[in-house]
Every structure is written in C-alpha cells, then in structure tokens.
Design a protein around this ligand. Sequence first.
Ligand code: PAF
Length: 279
Amino acid sequence: MKIISSIDELRDHLRGQLRTAFVPTMGNLHEGHLSLMRLARRHGDPVVASIFVNRLQFGPNDDFDTYPRTFQADAEKLEKEGVYILFAPSEKDLYPEPQEFRVQPPDDLGSTLEGEFRPGFFNGVTTVVLKLFSCVQPGVAVFGKKDYQQLMIIRNMARQFSLPTEIIAAETYRADDGLALSSRNGYLSAAERAEAPRLYQELTALAENVRLGQAPIAELERHAMAQLSSHSWKPDYISVRRRSNLMPPSADDLAQKSPLVVLAAARLGATRLIDNLEI
Ligand code: PAF
C-alpha cells in the first residue's frame, strides 16, 4: 500500500483509472470502516482510503484536538484490507490557503437534525468531501448509513453538481449488543459502554411501534426521549422522518406506508452518540 500526502502525487498514481473506489475517513478505524473498504472493493478498483481529521466540520466546542489519531494502526489495517493507496494529507496539503470557497447544503436538509445541533457541520463535511473527490476523482465512493443525514446530503451534492462519482451506502456495523460502531465509542467508560446499547434498543422499539401504528409519532418520539433521559442520557433529538428527504412524514406518508427512518442523537456522559434505523 502506498501512503501519499501530496495531491499531485496522488493524481500521478491514479491517472487513467476509471473506476477508483474511494472511502474517506477521519481515521481511528474500526470494523465498521473495514466493512466499507470491503464494499468498496466489490464496486471498484483500485481502492483508495483517506485519513484526514477535517477541522472545518468541528465546532468550537467539539473534540477536534482530542479526536483519536491512530495513524500507524490504521495504516496496518488498511494494508491488510488490500487498500492500494492511503491518502493522508496534512492540513497544509489539503488547505494550503484558507478554504474560503465552501459548499452550502440547502437549509431543509443541512440545518435540521444534526445540522440544528452542530451548525456548520455539513458545510464542513461537504466542502472536504468535494475537495477529496476532486483529488481522488473516484468512480464510486462508499459512505456508511450510520451517518444517515451525511450520506443523504453527499448523495444530493453529487447529483446536483453532476459529479461523476456513484455514491454507495453501506449498512451500519453493530457490536453484538446492537451498539453502532463509532470512533467516539472509545470515549465511553466501562459503565457507559454497558449502557450505550439502550439507544439502539429505543430506536428498535420505536420503529416497531411506528410499524404497528401504535400511537401518534410525536408521542412515540417523546416516550423514547423520556426513556433515555430516565437513564441519565441527554437526548438532542429522536425523530421519525421520510427516507426520501428527511422531512417529517405527513398523514399521507403514514397512510401509504412511505419508507421512513428514525434518527437519534444523545449524550451519554461527555460522549455524543448518533444512530438511526430504517422503518
Ligand atoms: O464520516 C466521516 O468520517 C467524515 O465526516 C468524512 C466523510 C470522512 C468527512 O470528513
């Protein structure tokens, strides 16, 4: 595996490749990331992964400085997965001058849910993803459904900018007890780790009750939030949305059983976890 930090060198290595499969990451790789690499390999060749902790998507009170950086271990894992190039630019390589041009996701998709609680987050994500796409020029790129709203925004960005990159969605990788794998799980104490699967359990129960039409959706959302709060969580949101555009479902959507998804974000101690479940 080649480890490359310069954009020019990366382009030299990839010149002429028509179906490069790309997986952007911020490192601290776990089995979830490795499952994205395997999916990438099924859809394209060669596989390029990137590791870049993108300052633009962190707010002033977020964990940019403490975000786990485990480069050596990450590189070894990627090598074992048959990744051809690990693109690992420094901040100077990727942002040699202040990144003044930005992608601005539309308000209805970018300022709801995660966008409401992390202002500027999707502006930072889409800006770096567009820039990484410009460096790698992938035919296909893989993103996890764990970050459901991110996946949807990137998909819409690729479509609206007519990017020549097919966006592939990977299923969320879960531990045996249901907790979605995330680099931030490493922040959890042993007691918090034991408690953490409750988020997925609440989503599962809520999804089942929506399917059965048990109660008005707002009531089911409030109940799930209250359940988490009573176990020391601080939920930001638990919200049932239409899969197609992440808008709240109308009465017609419910009557016609339109595809829905329930998305959640909640703090357990100092760690903010997100998860979602398609209904
Ligand atoms: O999902 C992530 O790890 C990041 O948001 C991404 C897509 C690598 C952009 O920095």
